[in-house]
Design a protein around this ligand. Structure first.
Ligand SMILES: Nc1ncnc2c1ncn2[C@@H]1O[C@H](COP(=O)(O)OP(=O)(O)OP(=O)(O)O)[C@@H](O)[C@H]1O
Ligand SMILES: [Mg+2]
Length: 355
C-alpha cells in the first residue's frame, strides 16, 4: 500500500523541505508497477530472512498436510523489507486465494463483514497497517479470528439483537511497521509472528543479482556488492537504486554496470558509504547542531525536520538506529560517536566542522 508522507505544517527546515530522497524506503506510487515484476512469488524466490522462512515453511507444510487453514500470521518490520511480498508468497505456497486490504480502508464494520463473508476456505486475508484498525473493527476481528464467526447486529433500539454468522476458516496476515501500537488482545490472537530484520550484505547481493536478471541488465560482482552495501539492508531500496544506476549506465553507454558506474551513480544521488541520503544526514546534523547531540524528543525533532513523528519513527530511525548512528533513550534521541565521525563533526558545545 502506498503511504503518503505527511508533512507537518509547522516550521520546516528549508534545506529539508522539498528533497525527495531515493533511498527512502517508503513506497512511492510508481513502485507498485515496477515492483510487480521484481516481487518474489514463491518461497524459493523470497531471498534472505532464512530462519523466519524455514519456520514458516514448516508451518505451511503442516497446515497443508492437515488440510487446515494456516494459523494467523503477524508480520512486523520497517518499510520495504518484504511484508506484503511474504503475505503473497504464503498464499502462493498454500495454494490459497489472496485478499488484500489495509486498516485505513476498513471504515465501518460492514466493510470488514463484506470481505469476510465472501472469503473461501483457507484464504489468506492480508491487512496492511494493522496498527490503524478502528476499535469496532478490531472487536469484530477478534471473533472472526478465533471462532470464524461474525457478530452482526440487526434492528435498532430495544428490539436490536445480535446474530452470529459463520464464515470460512481463513488466515489473517496482519502487517505493521509499528508493533508497539498494536493492542495486546489483537497480538495474542496471532499464532505466528515474523519479525523482519534488515537484510545482510550477502542477501542484498543475491537480491541485486535476481533483480538485474529480471531487468535484463548485466552487473559486475563488485558493482553488485557495492550496490548491496549502499541500500540500507532494504530490498525496496536496492531495487530502486538498481533502476536508477541502470539509467546512468545507459546514458554512459555502458553495456555492463561496473563498480565505477555504481560509485558515480551513488555520488550523484548523494548516497554515502553507509547508504545514507541527504535526509538522513540532515537528521543527524540537526540533532548535533541544534540540540547538541541530543537528547531531543521525537516530536521536537520531527518538527525540526519538517516530517511527522510517524515518518521519523517508521522510515528514518530504524536504519539510523541499526547503523549505530542514533539511539533512542527515555529522554529522547541521541546521536552516537559514530554519527559525529561519519559527518566529520566534533562533539562538544560548539559542534563544528573539523575542516
Ligand atoms: N525477500 C525478498 N527477496 C527479494 N525481493 C524482495 C524481498 N522482500 C522484498 N523484496 C522486494 O522489495 C519490494 C518491497 O517489498 P514489500 O512491498 O513486500 O515491503 P513491505 O515490507 O510490505 O513494505 P511497506 O511497509 O512499505 O508496505 C518488493 O516489491 C520486492 O521487489
Ligand atoms: Mg507492504
Amino acid at each position: 500500500m502506498a503511504k503518503k508522507r505527511e508533512k507537518t505544517s509547522e516550521k520546516v527546515s528549508e534545506d529539508f523541505a522539498d528533497f525527495d530522497g531515493i533511498v527512502h524506503p517508503e513506497q512511492k506510487p510508481l513502485d507498485d508497477e515496477h515492483e510487480l515484476s521484481l516481487r518474489p512469488r514463491s518461497m524459493g524466490e523470497f531471498l534472505g530472512q532464512k530462519q523466519m522462512k524455514e519456520n514458516l515453511s514448516v508451518f505451511i507444510e503442516a497446515a497443508k498436510k492437515r488440510n487446515e487453514s494456516l494459523d494467523h500470521l503477524f508480520l512486523i518490520g520497517p518499510p520495504g523489507l518484504g511484508k506484503t511480498t511474504l503475505a503473497q508468497v504464503v498464499a502462493h505456497e498454500l495454494g490459497s486465494e489472496f485478499k488484500v486490504t489495509s486498516a485505513p480502508a476498513l471504515d465501518k464494520p460492514k466493510d470488514l463483514a463484506g470481505i469476510l463473508t465472501t472469503v473461501t476456505a483457507k484464504t489468506v486475508f492480508f491487512i496492511d497497517e494493522i496498527h490503524r484498525l478502528k476499535p469496532a473493527i478490531e472487536e469484530m476481528l477478534y471473533i472472526a479470528m478465533e471462532d470464524y464467526e461474525l457478530d452482526w447486529i440487526i434492528g435498532q433500539g430495544p428490539s436490536a439483537r445480535t446474530i452470529r454468522i459463520p464464515i470460512q476458516p481463513f488466515t489473517l496476515v496482519g502487517a505493521t511497521t509499528k508493533a508497539g501500537n498494536v493492542s495486546s488482545p489483537l497480538i495474542s490472537r496471532f499464532g505466528i509472528t515474523c519479525r523482519f530484520s534488515f537484510y545482510d550484505e550477502k542477501d542484498m547481493e543475491a537480491i541485486v543479482r535476481r533483480s538485474s536478471g529480471i531487468l535484463k541488465v548485466q552487473i559486475d560482482d563488485d558493482a553488485a556488492a557495492l550496490l548491496a552495501r549502499s541500500a540500507r539492508g532494504t530490498p525496496r531500496v536496492v531495487n530502486r537504486l538498481l533502476r536508477r544506476i541502470r539509467d546512468f549506465a545507459q546514458i554512459r553507454n555502458s553495456p555492463v554496470i561496473s563498480s565505477e558506474v555504481v560509485a558515480e551513480g551513488l555520488k550523484r544521488l548523494e548516497i554515502d558509504s553507509l547508504g545514507l541520503e541527504r535526509h538522513d544526514r540532515e537528521i543527524l546534523r540537526i540533532i548535533i547542531e541544534r540540540y547538541n547531540g541530543g537528547p531531543v524528543g521525537a516530536e521536537t525533532l520531527a518538527i525540526s525536520i519538517g516530517e511527522s513523528v510517524d515518518t521519523l519513527e517508521d522510515y528514518y530511525e530504524p536504519y539510523l538506529i541499526q547503523a549505530g548512528l542514533i539511539q533512542r533513550t527515555p529522554r529522547g534521541r541521541v546521536v552516537t560517536a559514530l554519527a559525529y565521525e561519519h559527518l566529520n563533526l566534533k562533539p562538544g558545545n560548539d559542534a563544528g566542522l573539523l575542516f
